[in-house]
Write a protein that binds this ligand. Structure first.
Ligand code: GDP
Length: 479
């Protein structure tokens, strides 16, 4: 892309004659009305100690990496599944993650030390399975709210002596909203009070019909304490992965997602990247958010130095200029200039975004968005004081479907509105309706930050009327 010398001078805040002098120094003869190419312009900008931000027609900075570029089907190779463990507190998520790692990672392989880098891989037969190390649907959904979807399969841990609990139901909704298949690990079967059939019954009540009862949900009894059922669970993960036909092209510039990142006193910014496409190599020029740099070294989850990693694999990288955010994408750039431009533009984009609000759904402008074809689904989360009113409300709301917009109740449960509800709403572009319940202080704050529309009602009819009016474009302004 070319730029006129005069424009370049304006951009850099210098005189055209100064530019022309620099150009002569570079052996380029041009007057102020002439075009020079982008590379030359970048070099000149550099001479003035500035980075030239090349504006092309593409509005989204991520487009410069051509992410949607469809890989040729013949270049696609099978890749390992990436698994997240979810479930109610104390049902054994952490224990299960530890049990899998301990069972599968041999001492010699790990050198006796296991590194917690945010994700780990295990070998099952001749295949691999990758686990994200931060359990819980909160982590899963906050990643998704940032636009990252790296989980292929969700393991729902349900304690056999406790059953389906509020966070179990939340986890189900979060996985379903993300359209991630669920495998249920019925844990703690070593306990005398364990009752597997009761758990299955409760799963049925939450729309997960176990396979052995004629449904599609795979359930595996396990004990994280005794390490029983672990191999069966891993086999089932591979089976579900096979049905999903998970594939990626390993032979291209890598694209990945930051799973975890921190500043190390000695080594500088360290980030765990989960590679999604391509192969990431030491020496690659990478960018992530406003951070960029050349990869100096990489370590796998066993603490071993590696030179390259392919799709689905987690790796710690060194060499970034600053600490990126979890959930940020990481790209390999062809050269340093592209990388620096990207980071620069990302900074500007963030600033702009802070100024103008992102386009989250709200009842107020719902009708506009329906008209403009921007929205075809209205996703709703319902929280209420009792189960009966939650069900009555969701049934009535579902009936408000019109030809233009479909109403989806993506989660409904009893209890106050929490941060987790807001994050689910943010990730799924949903609104939150509270019936006889209110958001807690934390939820109010997060709702403001994430720009999630939260409405509370005391009369069912009023909630229905509001949604109906919003769908038809006749909503009275919020007071
Ligand atoms: P999380 O909150 O879901 O991560 O649950 P934890 O993994 O921290 O486990 C909660 C408690 O349950 C701990 O005291 C564990 O020792 C215990 N626990 C986990 N798995 C099992 C199991 O299979 N059997 C028994 N008996 N206890 C377990």
């Amino acid at each position: 892309q070319n730029i006129i010398v005069r424009d370049l001078a304006d951009k850099l805040g210098v005189n055209a004659s100064q530019i022309i002098t620099k150009l002569i120094g570079l052996g380029v003869m041009a007057n102020q009305n002439q075009n020079i190419d982008a590379d030359t312009a970048a070099i000149v900008a550099d001479e003035f100690g500035k980075t030239l931000v090349v504006e092309d027609e593409k509005s989204d900075v991520d487009d410069i990496f051509d992410l949607d570029h469809e890989d040729n089907p013949k270049d696609l190779r099978q890749r390992p599944p990436v698994v997240t463990v979810m479930g109610h507190v104390d049902h054994g998520k952490t224990s299960l993650l530890d049990a899998i790692r301990q069972t599968k990672v041999t001492v010699s392989e790990a050198g006796g030390i296991t590194q917690h880098i945010g994700a780990y891989s295990v070998n099952v037969d001749d295949k691999k399975v990758v686990f994200l190390d931060t359990p819980g649907h909160e982590a899963f959904t906050s990643m998704r709210a940032r636009g990252a979807s790296i989980t292929d399969i969700a393991i729902l841990v349900v304690a056999a002596d406790d059953g389906v609990m509020p966070q179990t139901i939340e986890a189900i909704s979060h996985a379903k909203a993300a359209e991630v298949p669920i495998i249920v690990a019925i844990n703690k079967i070593d306990k005398p009070t364990a009752n597997i059939d009761r758990i299955k019954q409760e799963l049925v009540e939450n729309d997960l019909l176990p396979e052995d009862w004629g449904g599609e949900t795979i359930t595996v009894p396990v004990s994280a304490r005794d390490k029983t059922g672990i191999d069966e669970l891993l086999e089932m993960i591979l089976l579900v992965a096979e049905m999903q036909e998970l594939k990626a092209n390993p032979n291209r510039n890598a694209v990945g997602t930051i799973v975890e990142a921190q500043l190390d006193k000695g080594m500088g910014p360290m980030a765990t990247v989960l590679v999604q496409k391509g192969t990431l190599k030491v020496g690659d020029m990478v960018v992530s958010g406003t951070s960029s740099g050349r990869i100096r070294a990489m370590f796998d989850d066993k603490g071993k130095r590696v030179k390259k990693v392919g799709p689905s694999m987690p790796v710690v990288i060194l060499g970034l200029s600053e600490v990126p955010n979890a959930g940020d994408l990481l790209y390999v750039a062809d050269n340093e200039k592209i990388a620096r431009n990207y980071a620069q533009r990302k900074k500007e984009q963030l600033r702009e975004e802070q100024l103008k609000s992102r386009s989250k759904v709200s009842l107020e402008d719902l009708f506009e968005k329906i008209k403009e074809g921007e929205i075809k689904d209205l996703n709703i989360i319902i929280k209420s004081d009792v189960r009966g009113s939650m069900e009555a409300l969701s049934q009535s709301l579902r009936k408000l479907d019109t030809e233009e917009v479909k109403i989806n109740i993506i989660h409904g449960s009893v209890g106050g509105i929490t941060e987790s509800d807001i994050m689910l709403a943010s990730a799924s572009n949903a609104i939150v309706i509270g019936f006889n319940v209110r958001p807690n202080l934390n939820a109010i704050e997060v709702a403001k930050r994430e720009e999630v529309d939260v409405r509370t009602y005391r009369v069912i009819y009023e909630a229905i009327e509001d949604i109906q009016s919003a769908v038809k474009g006749m909503l009275a302004p919020k007071i």
